[in-house]
Design a binder for this molecule. Structure first.
Ligand code: PLP
Length: 389
């Protein structure tokens, strides 16, 4: 490689501009740093953007998933079906409620949970399905919603990767019973830490809202008694999962730019696809025509039979070249904690096999064309250097 290294390119990062900074400063100068007007404003904006009736913001996406499991009445003895090809939070939220995550393997093309696999795992204890829109590509929502209806299950869609994605002309966030978005800095829009659930169901909305603040309500229509204007009731055990007004104002400002962010992500994906599609040594991301991905991640699969180096070496070479590649994901059931719970290696072979050969290339809106070209040239160079035959 060259002597002078290209500056480090992370796999993902936030895009913050002066408007965002001003929005935060304005809150810092205002009366409310938390439980003020910015939270409701952000919730209304996201609900409006995705086309949902209600939205509840949380301190992070994981808290939002926990609240969704609570609102879906997931509890002791219940099972929730999810994918192993996800971040641990998608399954941990089920454990938080004392219930059991049940994994169903992925579709080898889309890498999303396979509805046929879900069908086989449904039994009398199943309470919910928790699919993930992996990399921003919507999961097979029609089939999953149909299955849920048939078996009276709640669908909690983990759309941490998928704000702005569409499925058959509907925005993700308007389809499942509850949809979760994350605002971690590597995601499409950020609040530092933050998350949200969107829903059309008023009962779920009220539960989510109350769960966020210790299980407390002040809503006169929900109170058992009313001692006076100070009165509130804690009606179940909730948490302090609130988001601050500082974060919410940042989120609102970021949301205004989401469409532009996604457009830029799609441009970069187009450049990657054009450069890599003709290479036999790797597989570019398959896109189903039912959906339009918001492209959180660009995941390539290396064909190990056609390369003289393995994924680990390929990964290390890219890191050596200052390209901050990553791997999404280590299948959840392979984590030591899950192994101790009794989940077995070998049970989800498609996810396990995918994990062995993927690399996520950098993808974020402020990547320059020069950054993109550098990644392309480096990947192509490595393939040329290590191709077999
Ligand atoms: C980021 C992420 C989460 C958790 O969101 P946080 O806001 O980091 O708590 C959950 N599921 C998936 C698939 C994610 O990528």
């Amino acid at each position: 490689m060259e002597n002078s290294k290209h500056p480090f390119i992370p796999y993902g990062r936030q895009s913050i501009d002066e408007d965002d900074i001003q929005a935060v400063v304005d809150v810092l100068k205002s009366d409310y740093l938390t439980t003020g007007p910015e939270v409701e404003k952000f919730e209304a904006k996201v609900a409006d953007y995705v086309g949902a009736k209600y939205a509840v913001a949380f301190s992070n996406g994981t808290a939002a998933l926990h609240a969704a499991c609570f609102a879906a009445c997931v509890g002791n003895g219940d099972e929730v079906i999810t994918t192993p090809m996800t971040f641990v939070a998608s399954a941990n939220c089920v454990l938080y409620q004392g219930a059991k995550p049940v994994f169903a393997d992925i579709d080898p093309e889309t890498y999303n949970i396979d509805p046929d696999g879900i069908r086989k795992k449904i039994n009398g204890n199943t309470k919910a399905i928790l699919p993930v829109d992996f990399t921003g590509q919507p999961c097979n929502l029609d089939e999953i919603m149909e299955l849920a209806k048939e078996h009276n299950l709640i669908v909690i869609e983990d759309a941490a990767h998928a704000i702005g994605a569409t499925y058959k002309d509907s925005k993700v966030g308007s389809i499942a019973d509850m949809t979760m978005f994350s605002f971690h800095p590597v995601k499409h829009i950020t609040t530092g830490e933050g998350g949200m659930i969107t829903t059309d169901n008023k009962d779920l909305y009220e539960k989510l809202h109350q769960f966020r603040t210790h299980g407390i309500t002040r809503d006169p229509s929900l109170l058992n008694e009313n001692d006076g204007p100070w009165y509130y009731e804690m009606q179940f055990l909730g948490y302090n999962y609130r988001i601050t007004d500082i974060q919410a104002a940042l989120g609102s400002s970021q949301l205004d730019k989401l469409e532009g962010f996604i457009e830029r992500r799609r441009e970069i994906v187009g450049q990657y696809n054009k450069a890599f599609r003709s290479l036999n040594e790797l597989i570019t991301p398959f896109q189903h025509t039912d959906g339009d991905s918001s492209w959180h991640l660009y995941v390539i699969q290396l064909k190990k039979d056609l390369l003289s180096i393995d994924r680990k070496q390929f990964f290390e070479e890219l890191r050596q070249a200052n390209i901050g590649v990553n791997v999404h994901y280590i299948p959840v059931h392979l984590q030591p904690y899950y192994q101790e719970l009794g989940y077995k290696k070998g049970d989800y072979p498609i996810a396990e096999d995918l994990y062995e050969q993927t690399i996520s290339l950098p993808l974020f809106p402020t990547m320059t064309n020069e950054d993109v070209q550098y990644v392309i040239d480096t990947v192509k160079g490595l393939i040329k250097e290590h191709q077999i035959g």
